[in-house]
Design a protein around this ligand. Structure first.
Ligand SMILES: [Zn+2]
Length: 293
């Protein structure tokens, strides 16, 4: 079931674990479709059941963002995610880079992926994360049109949800003219809280992403953000991004388990992102920082 569960309030704060199950589509977006990069995506399907087991042992509900291409390529793995009680949100069809799409194609992608997720889960998806985190104004329009309740692609805060806007303007001789608020909650992420940039080694034709840090080093960064939030903020929300094809290997999974145990001791709750978004929509305050005294 993916029906939203009510959020149990916890002053110490919330950590939302999200897993972007990109599969081969991540490599398709980069036009890396020879057998080797595609096999890196295939590994995501090996890793998801391991992650489900790990979460079940700790009774943690999480959020998976799954492209339509993955839903159709690995239906039984995606069914396992739903059966385990986790949320599945939208993540493009073939991990398209939204700014490169025509408005018509972007509309098609949203329509098709909403249908695929409705067929799988029986409910309209609550949330969306743009592939590679890149929203366009058309994306925001499509989210509103389909009644999507939250987005998680922007970085305008670190411990609090906020309302999405459309129509910001940036004249070069005057301050920003902020656009109108729309009926979509933003649950911000950050590259600093994303396993892909810390761990994944990728060679492109003209650049190299070194990755391959010790996972403990990445999790030390993650833990520090949670520790600060617990000390300084009431009802803060920390959204963390994992990719099964990145985090699903032995040593990294061990480090993930150690980190989960470490932050659980700080008193935070683990929550699905739809539960946080719906609570925020109903007026519940999050991320309250004490004023300077
Ligand atoms: Zn992705």
């Amino acid at each position: 079931m993916t029906a939203t569960t009510d959020l149990v309030r916890n002053d110490a704060g919330y950590v939302c674990l999200s897993f972007d199950f990109d599969g081969p589509s991540l490599w398709m977006q980069r036009r890396m479709t020879s057998p080797t990069p595609i096999s890196r995506g295939e590994f995501g399907a090996v890793a998801v059941p391991r992650i489900l087991k790990l979460l079940a042992r700790r009774n943690i509900e999480a959020t998976f963002f799954v492209p339509g291409h993955t839903l159709e390529t690995y239906p039984s793995v995606c069914q396992q995610i739903v059966d385990a009680g986790h949320e599945i949100g939208l993540h493009g069809y073939a991990h398209e880079f939204n700014p490169a799409l025509s408005p018509e194609r972007e509309k098609w992608v949203m329509q098709r992926t909403v249908e695929l997720l409705e067929n799988l889960t029986g409910v309209t998806p609550a949330g969306y994360r743009a592939p590679s985190g890149d929203l366009t104004v058309q994306t925001i329009d499509a989210l509103v049109e389909h009644g999507i309740r939250y987005d998680s692609s922007l970085m305008g805060h670190d411990v609090a949800p906020y309302w999405l806007r459309r129509g910001d303007r940036f004249p070069d001789d005057a301050p920003v003219q902020w656009g109108e608020q729309v009926d979509v909650v933003e649950l911000p992420f950050s590259w600093t809280l994303d396993d892909y940039v810390h761990l994944e080694f990728v060679t492109f034709r003209k650049m190299l992403m070194p990755g391959l840090q010790r996972p403990q080093q990445m999790f030390a960064n993650f833990a520090d953000d949670v520790r600060w939030m617990v000390r300084e903020v009431s009802h803060g929300v920390c959204n963390v991004v994992f990719h099964p094809q990145v985090i699903g290997r032995g040593g990294r999974l061990l480090a993930l388990e150690e980190w989960l145990d470490e932050i659980a001791e700080l008193g935070v709750s683990f929550a699905r992102m739809d539960a946080v978004a719906d609570a925020y929509r109903s007026g519940v305050p999050f991320g309250v920082e004490a004023p300077v005294s």
